[in-house]
Ligand binder design. Structure first.
Ligand SMILES: Nc1nc2c([nH]c(=O)n2[C@H]2C[C@H](O)[C@@H](COP(=O)(O)OP(=O)(O)OP(=O)(O)O)O2)c(=O)[nH]1
Length: 133
């Protein structure tokens, strides 16, 4: 049986744009675009996991807002349960640590990137919405 992997992703919004992050070439899902975040560890709430992951990956603090989507996608390596939340940066700009590249895009342009398959429902929701604050 495939393992269940619980993942949380941050849809960071700034000036009406959303932060998109590209996975490295050596990782699983190489070069796919995703939302920064990662696996929820045992004993952590989803929110705690998201704050920790963004601090680790982007070296910045966030405020977590509304949940956007919750999807389940079966990859060859496991079943990813992805929950995404709107987030705002509290202080400094994100620093790249493990991603290959980041881009800030208006929601309408999100579908132009090659997203991890688990992200597609969230991308559809976001790109069909009225402009973000
Ligand atoms: N952070 C993040 N992960 C995503 C998204 N969409 C998606 O399918 N994933 C997958 C990729 C990974 O398999 C898993 C996230 O775990 P992680 O961030 O700890 O993954 P990782 O690549 O560093 O670790 P691993 O796969 O090498 O074990 O969820 C997304 O939007 N954000």
């Amino acid at each position: 049986m495939k393992k269940d992997i619980y993942v949380v992703g941050a849809v960071l919004v700034k000036n009406g744009k959303i932060l998109c992050a590209q996975r490295g070439p050596e990782k699983s899902l190489p070069l796919k675009w995703e939302f920064p975040g990662g696996k929820i560890e045992e004993g952590e709430t989803t929110q705690e996991a998201l704050k920790r992951e963004i601090q680790e990956e982007m070296r910045c603090e966030i405020e977590i807002g509304e949940q956007i989507d919750q999807t389940v996608y079966e990859y060859d390596f496991g079943i990813v349960h992805l929950t995404t939340f709107y987030c705002k940066l509290l202080d400094k700009e994100p620093t790249l640590t493990e991603h290959k590249e980041i881009k800030w895009l208006i929601p309408e342009k999100l579908p132009e990137l090659d997203w991890a398959p688990a992200d597609i429902p969230a991308i559809e929701k976001l790109s069909n919405k009225t402009p973000l604050r």
